[in-house]
Ligand binder design. Structure first.
Ligand code: CTP
Length: 212
């Protein structure tokens, strides 16, 4: 299979030296890319800024902002069979990027933020028979929000996380598919990566059996 994996945070520049971002380490996405490559899938990793070395033998596109990640994923889209969207994409960016370094002045600074594209949502209408795995990090109304995202973002599988997984070595999560929630898991990110590839392979062989 040709597998596209997104990983890490995005970085939204305020000026030449400052940015908005989040705590994503990229570890899960890199583990998914490594697990898929080890099973001889063709892997394209689209990575935000992280302190990790990509697995050998795969294609890597480095991006910084959500808009760049969006463009890289859309460009790759026609050549892939599945997307595992682990990236923690920033939903907002500074409405304008200041030239050079912003000088402080007396009083507060109000930063206006503009919405970033929702990458998965924008791909849903052109999903075709691709398999899409997405994630949701929910604090309130987790189950209802996860169900809403599964439907609106065109996901086959949604992995529901709590906020304590960001940057951590292990993942506490639950899989949601159109058949409902599965039992909770507490596994390392490497183990979760293997489970995700198992799932993508199973969905692909189901789709293959059902035909186009
Ligand atoms: N995602 C995306 N584009 C964005 C934000 C998120 O494609 N601009 C993807 C993430 O990679 C993840 C899934 O959507 O697979 C859910 O991300 P999450 O941040 O939980 O969803 P949001 O819709 O941004 O969250 P909320 O509406 O709760 O703010």
């Amino acid at each position: 299979m040709r597998l596209l994996v997104s990983a890490g945070p995005t970085r939204e520049m305020i000026d030449a030296v400052r940015y908005l971002s989040n705590l994503s380490s990229g570890r899960l996405g890199y583990a998914v890319a490594a697990a898929a490559a080890a099973r001889d899938h063709e892997v394209h990793l689209v990575s935000g800024p992280v302190a990790l070395s990509p697995p050998r033998g795969i294609r890597v596109t480095h991006v910084v902002s959500a808009q760049e990640m969006h463009a890289a994923i859309r460009e790759a889209w026609s050549d892939v069979d599945a997307l595992v969207m682990t990236a923690a994409v920033a939903d907002y960016r500074p409405a304008r990027r200041f030239d050079g370094k912003l000088k402080k002045s007396e009083g507060p600074l109000i930063l206006e933020l503009a919405r970033n594209p929702d990458i998965l949502k924008s791909l849903a209408p052109i999903k075709g028979d691709r398999i899409v795995v997405g994630f949701a990090l929910e604090v309130q109304n987790a189950e209802a929000e996860a169900r809403r995202k599964l439907a609106t973002k065109g996901m086959d599988v949604l992995v529901l996380n709590g906020p304590d997984n960001l940057g951590s070595e292990t993942a506490r999560c639950r899989f949601l598919t159109e058949s409902g929630f599965e039992s909770p898991l507490q596994v390392t990110k490497a183990a979760l990566a293997e489970l995700l590839i198992d799932r993508v392979e199973a969905l692909a062989s189901d789709k293959g059996r059902r035909g186009p």
